[in-house]
Design a protein around this ligand. Sequence first.
Ligand code: GDP
Ligand code: GDP
Length: 436
Amino acid sequence: MANIVSIVGRPNVGKSTLFNRLIEERKAIMDNESGVTRDRHYGHAQWTGHYFTVIDTGGYVVGSEDIFEGAIRDQVELAIEESSVVLFMVDTMAGLTELDKEFANVLRRYKKPVLMVANKAESLERYHSSAEFYELGLGEGIFPISSQTGYGTGDLLDEVVKYFDVQGVENPEEGIPRIAIVGRPNVGKSSFLNVLTGTERSIVTNIAGTTRDAIHTPYKAFGREYILIDTAGMRRKSRVKEDIEFYSTIRSVKAMEESDVCIVMLDAQNGLEGQDMTLIGQADKAKKGIVIMVNKWDAVEKESKTADHLQKAMLERLAPMNYMPIIFASVLEKQRIFQVMEKTMEVYENKHRKITTSKLNEVMQQVIANYPPPAFKGKHIKIKYMIQLPTPSPTFVFFCNHPKYIKEPYVRYLENRMREHFDFTGVPLTLFFREK
Ligand code: GDP
Ligand code: GDP
């Protein structure tokens, strides 16, 4: 579906230098949009109108003595399998090494097109020495480049794009739900993340580094694609409980900010606590999709109607923020994990629901006729028509004669009726009143 280019090779040949060069321009644009820098081993690049994803496999080798160690090798091999074309990088400064030969042997096992990239070829001497790598007998050709100066990268990319069978899209992440798993410490977030990522093939797995930013990792599960936002790098070891709470809260808020839908996880043994309410309130305010996952359901003594009663009680407590789905699950027993993800996808779709102006007016005019806004200070209030704005979360404007006289209870009435007619489960709605 997407064009993927992976950069492989032994450490220090210059993989991440090339990676940064390829995604640099695009990264600058993305950072401006989201206000965050993303430290990760994959990024989006563009050449002559072809869009593609670059994977820097070097990220998996960092800090490891043996680059052919199990887990790392798995990730590198996964990246190769996903690739349209593989860039096998060698170093003209160091010349041909044993490790290069080992890498070449690994690559030979795949039926993937390989381009040999002879890096650090700034000088004429090194440019010519790139010929020695023909000995490896691998690849469709050798491209002497300098990742540092950019020399030769144009010719390389001209060749790379020939291996794409699709045009690619400018932002391949567009339309893919970004999901954050948030909640208090110990509710089971890491366990859930492990279940999701452990059983499914990830395109890229990020090694938790020292980054303070959220990491976005694409996954495929249940035939759907989604991006998990993790802030593992922000985890701190601390003996002080308040500190753990504090960092946990910052992590949650940060992940939430960058998400489309957040799964707010609770511990069934504790129920809905004050901190959970705060978190849900923040998500509501930030106009994020919300799914409540009550975890550790296995640890609760239950009778036949326990879930129903608990759900009802929780929704009452949440009111008026009681529009979100609540799922009782157990990560430990892998119970209703699938439902949680399905609901999350549904909420994402609800968040992008667009109601046509004619349908909206047809339904809401009737709602208003059934119970018109009460007169205020002797003024008759008339809502004339309404529209949905083209915003990332559902926002509606009601045009009327005296906007400031429409009071909170009436806004709630409109919102509740709207939810009855259109499926906005899990999604905060915004209603504006404008004079017309
Ligand atoms: P990686 O381990 O393969 O990702 O390699 P890096 O990108 O971290 O680069 C390793 C070292 O080689 C760094 O010191 C870079 O500055 C240097 N380097 C990378 N590309 C070039 C290049 O084109 N020319 C020269 N002279 N040095 C380079
Ligand atoms: P986090 O701090 O939110 O990331 O929570 P963890 O994933 O580290 O889990 C905290 C503890 O709860 C661990 O001891 C888990 O084994 C346990 N745990 C996680 N999920 C479940 C569950 O579904 N049922 C039970 N009984 N325990 C769980």
